[in-house]
Structure formats: C-alpha cells, structure tokens
Design a protein around this ligand. Structure first.
Ligand SMILES: [Zn+2]
Length: 163
C-alpha cells in the first residue's frame, strides 16, 4: 500500500507556483511577517491589526547559526531498532522578512560544511515515516557553488556563531 505524504505541521509549508516555500502571514496594517504563521491577531507591539494574509517566505537565506543534535530522541519518538544518525540543525536568516527560521539541514550536510553567512535554500524534506504515512517537512541545503560531485566536502571543523 502506498504511504500517504502528510506535512508534519499543516499550513507551514507547501509547493507553490514559485516552488517549495515556507508559508507565513503578513499583517495588512503594519506589514510585519510571522512564521510560524499568526492567523488572527498581529503580534507586533502597538499594532492591533487582524487582517493577516498568507505569504510564501523567501526560498533562500543565510546561515545565522548551526549545530548538530547527537542525542537520540526517546524511544516513543525514535525506533530503537533503526540506527541513529545525528541531525544538523540550521538557523537561517531571511533578509526580506527580517526573521530567523530554524530547520534541519538536508541529509549529508554535516556541521563542518556550514559557515555563518553562507547562502542556503529551502528544499522539501522528510521528518519520518511510519506504516501509513510519510511525514514531510522542510530542509535547508547550501546553495550549490559549482561542486561537481554533489558533496559539500570537509571545509574544517567548527560550529556556532562566530560574529
Ligand atoms: Zn501589525
């Protein structure tokens, strides 16, 4: 039986006319953009706007910070029979929206391949699978800069913010 693909959080991302995007909302009164989306009341200080419309967020941003998660999640969220792979986590600054969005890096992107300020792009991802469902999410992936072999190479150790 084919498994159904479902977003791990409905309404936070989608395939749009301009590609895969995170979905935020923009206040019609003050122009503030929210992610996670705010659908009822503007959260900007001093604004009482309630006219919030969905907007796709920028598909590219720059690395603001990063780390990796080496602790295995507890057994009720992680099958102990399946080998555990550390996950690289990236905080990405979206210049146009003036916000930082957290997410996993795409598989095969170690912390050593990331640098603060590096350009990354949003790509569709998978958070996990069970018997009937593939749970979809978003991943951040370094924008290709000409590496022909598809790997990101070892550009040194490190992590965290350095500015
Ligand atoms: Zn507002």
């Amino acid at each position: 039986m084919a498994r159904v693909r479902k977003p791990v959080v409905p309404g936070w991302f989608a395939e749009t006319d301009t590609g895969f995007r995170l979905l935020g909302t923009r206040c019609g009164t003050c122009g503030a953009v929210f992610f996670p989306r705010e659908d009822f009341f503007c959260r900007a200080p001093g604004c009482d706007g309630t006219d919030l419309t969905e907007v796709p967020l920028s598909p590219r941003g720059t690395v603001w910070s990063y780390t990796d998660g080496r602790y295995r999640p507890p057994p009720y969220v992680s099958d102990p029979e399946v080998p555990w792979q550390p996950r690289t986590l990236v905080a990405v600054e979206l210049a146009a929206e003036r916000m930082v969005v957290l997410g996993q890096a795409a598989p095969g992107v170690p912390v050593g391949a990331l640098r603060v300020g590096m350009e990354v792009e949003l790509v569709p991802g998978v958070l996990g699978e069970d018997a009937g469902t593939v749970w979809t999410t978003w991943w951040w992936r370094p924008v290709e800069t000409g590496g022909a072999d598809g790997t990101y190479g070892a550009v040194g150790a490190g992590g965290g913010r350095d500015r």
